[in-house]
Design a protein around this ligand. Structure first.
Ligand SMILES: Nc1ccn([C@@H]2O[C@H](COP(=O)(O)O)[C@@H](O)[C@H]2O)c(=O)n1
Length: 289
């Protein structure tokens, strides 16, 4: 069926169930499928040559747009809150207010730096951000097959769009829900638009009544890609879901996280920096293999 599922990085609690979902999606065909994906550390690499790759936030945090004093404060926030974000032993209710606190403090610091919109392209180009190996096949194939790709990110939308634009894969079938910057008439960052999105409040239900939602509700077969337990709710608003296949990238704290990830995701990819498995499944369910 999909021989790549035998790769050593692939873990499944219930292989038979995974096979059934894949076969059912293949029978239903590409016109019924949508992909909903997280961005940071899911479509982008977690590490390269042993060094951590940046998130959308880190691209700015580490850039020349931020002064040294502010860089220290942003790094302190990361050191304090990231371990909480990925701690699977803490209940969600305890983590939620802390995530709001982290994002709010970080965004306030970024706003203080008076970031100019026209400098974003340069800092993205100069950053170490990297899409996972196989990204071109992933984005191009979805575009070719007319399968919508919804990127649901708690990162920074303007930076995210710049990353995929510079990689040449921001095709018309790609839609992004994220935290977007609000620039004043001089192009200076003055706020963030709309409701804050953090790791643990992602729900496609937020799209209700939008044009995008109308299109997505006609596609009841979902391939969901994430790297956090918070990403599992990204498809919550999908109407009359028929099948959902959840693929989780397990990048960090593998030993502690393996059990909860295996309970929550259908397929867990351990320290796999590629999109090989999602690509193999996509090619199979859209009839290319
Ligand atoms: N100040 C911050 C806040 C969050 N992060 C990381 O960004 C990731 C969110 O983006 P997704 O595309 O994965 O939704 C999240 O996992 C945080 O670790 C950050 O780096 N700095």
């Amino acid at each position: 069926m999909v021989p790549e599922l035998n790769n050593p990085s692939v873990w499944m609690r219930n292989r038979t169930r995974v096979q059934e979902i894949i076969e059912s999606m293949r029978r239903a065909g590409p016109s019924t499928i949508q992909v909903i994906s997280d961005f940071d550390m899911t479509l982008t690499r977690f590490a390269y040559n042993g060094k951590r790759c940046p998130t959308c936030h880190n691209i700015l945090d580490n850039s020349k747009l931020i002064n040294e004093e502010c860089k220290i404060k942003l790094a302190e926030l990361l050191d304090r809150y990231y371990p909480i974000e990925i701690d699977v032993s803490r209940p969600m209710e305890e983590k939620l207010p802390l995530m709001v606190e982290w994002w709010t403090k970080a965004h306030d610091l970024l706003i203080e730096q008076k970031i100019q919109k026209d400098r974003l392209a340069v800092v993205v180009r100069e950053s170490d951000a990297m899409l996972r190996d196989g990204y071109k096949l992933f984005f191009d194939h979805l575009q070719e097959k007319g399968v919508p790709l919804l990127i649901f990110s708690a990162g920074i939308g303007d930076v995210l769009e710049e990353v995929i634009q510079q990689a040449g894969v921001f095709h018309p079938n790609v839609k992004v829900i994220s935290n977007y910057m609000d620039f004043d008439e001089t192009g200076t960052l003055q706020a963030f638009k709309g409701e804050l999105i953090h790791t643990y409040n992602k729900r496609e239900g937020a799209l209700l009544n939008t044009e995008l939602f109308q299109e997505l509700r006609t596609r009841p077969n979902v391939l969901l890609l994430g790297d956090s337990l918070g990403d599992l709710t990204m498809a919550d608003g999908v109407h009359s879901m028929e099948n959902i296949l959840k693929i989780g990238f397990l990048n960090d704290k593998v030993e502690e996280c393996k059990e909860p990830y295996l309970s929550a995701y259908d397929i867990v990819l351990e320290k796999d920096e590629t999109l090989d498995i999602p690509n193999a499944i996509l090619l199979y369910i859209t009839g290319q293999q």
